[in-house]
Design a protein around this ligand. Structure first.
Ligand code: NAP
Ligand code: ZN
Ligand code: ZN
Length: 348
């Protein structure tokens, strides 16, 4: 076993503290990654606080991981010692079901293995995430990182990046389309970058007036303040082809459904702890679609990373010492982050 340390939650209070634990010895297909940076996703907060009801403690969060490989198993061909590698939300799946075979490991019919707060395929070992010094992972679930990007801005691509890239690609967002992004946080700011890069006209819906100038710099063409829903409706009703909702807390979806054109689509990626109320008439009149999307499979995550390398896209981040994680959670809850906290794991 490999000794390591990191930060863990021990109960649902939301507070993390230092934690010593062990990683498995390398199996033939495994690589050992010394973690350089790990992003702080709002899902980490939902999970630590047991807002999705499946928390097990101690829990070491973190699924936006980038680092350097320091050891490889005897069968590893994809990587060499010294290479960069990334790990997102998944570390294993059955690999044989139809979804796995088609590269949609996030929808594994036999249950994929999450990077943390999950059980390995042995049914016994709990997974621990990237708020730690190192991780052992199967090469098939590790991603190749483009060398030209600033590594600390790459970490959040492993979740915030793929979670927004995937639905924008799946629903064919591109030139000539009017796209809305609801919530300008970690996911939202990447949705703006990608939708703009794919050639769409982008409108950001935010409660935060102080993010207006940033939204335009990130690639938005317009910003709508949602504190006045009547004005939002008056200005934008019936105009959108596609809306991506990244909001982490309960809010009124009916407002945004009314902004869609006929056959418009609204996709939810934010996962608040309380289910929404939908007025079905808002879907029926206009034949509108309401859908959801979950991260992305390994092949699409790799595609997204290559796309970011070629187009020089990284995340806008605030780099912090891991000991500041509790402050980072608090500030994320207050929408006070531009636009993703990244933990400097080399500093512990
Ligand atoms: P985040 O950085 O905290 O951003 C969320 C944004 O939502 C905030 O910046 C804020 O934007 C807006 N917001 C927060 N509270 C709100 C409220 N009460 N009413 C209206 N707007 C509110 O979070 P994130 O890391 O981007 O994650 C967002 C959500 O996506 C979380 O629920 C997370 O668990 C989920 N998620 C899902 C997937 C998936 O695969 N589907 C993957 C990763 C994360 P403004 O300040 O602009 O209003
Ligand atoms: Zn995440
Ligand atoms: Zn499967």
């Amino acid at each position: 076993m490999i000794n390591t340390s990191g930060y863990a939650a021990f109960k649902s209070s939301g507070q993390l503290a230092p934690f010593e634990f062990k990683r498995r010895e390398l199996k033939p297909n495994d690589i050992l990654i010394e973690i350089d940076f790990c992003g702080v996703c709002h899902s980490d907060i939902h999970q630590v606080k047991n807002e999705w009801g499946n928390a097990e403690y101690p829990m070491v969060p973190g699924h936006e991981i980038v680092g350097h490989i320091t050891k490889i198993g005897t069968a590893v061909k994809k990587f060499s010692v010294g290479d960069l590698a990334g790990v997102g939300c998944l570390v294993d799946s059955c690999r044989t079901c139809s979804n796995c075979q088609e590269g949609f490991q996030q929808f594994c019919l036999n249950g994929s293995v999450g990077t943390y707060n999950s059980l390995e395929k042995d049914g016994e070992t709990r997974t621990f995430g990237g708020y730690s010094k190192c991780i052992v992972v199967d090469q098939d679930f590790a991603l190749i990182i483009p060398k030209n990007l600033d590594l600390k801005t790459v970490a959040p691509l492993l979740c915030a990046g793929i979670t927004t890239y995937s639905p924008l690609r799946h629903w064919g967002v591109g030139p000539g389309q009017k796209v809305g992004v609801v919530g300008l946080g970690g996911l939202g700011h990447m949705a703006v970058k990608f939708a703009h890069s794919f050639g769409a006209h982008v409108t950001v819906f935010t409660r935060s007036e102080n993010k207006k100038a940033d939204a335009l710099k990130l690639g938005a063409d317009e910003v709508a303040l949602t504190n006045d829903p009547q004005k939002v409706l008056a200005d934008h009703a019936g105009k959108f082809d596609f809306i991506l909702d990244t909001v982490s807390a309960p809010h009124d979806l009916n407002l945004y459904l009314q902004l869609l054109k006929r056959d418009g689509k609204m996709v939810l990626v934010g996962l608040p702890e309380i289910p929404p109320n939908i007025e079905v008439g808002n879907l029926i009149f206009g034949r509108k679609t309401l859908a959801g999307s979950l991260i992305g499979g390994i092949p699409e995550t790799q595609e997204m990373l290559y796309y970011c390398g070629v187009n020089n896209i990284g995340c806008d981040i605030e780099l912090i010492h891991p000991s500041k994680i509790n402050v980072a959670f608090e500030r994320t809850l207050n929408s006070d982050v531009k636009y993703r906290f990244v933990l400097d794991m080399k500093a512990i």
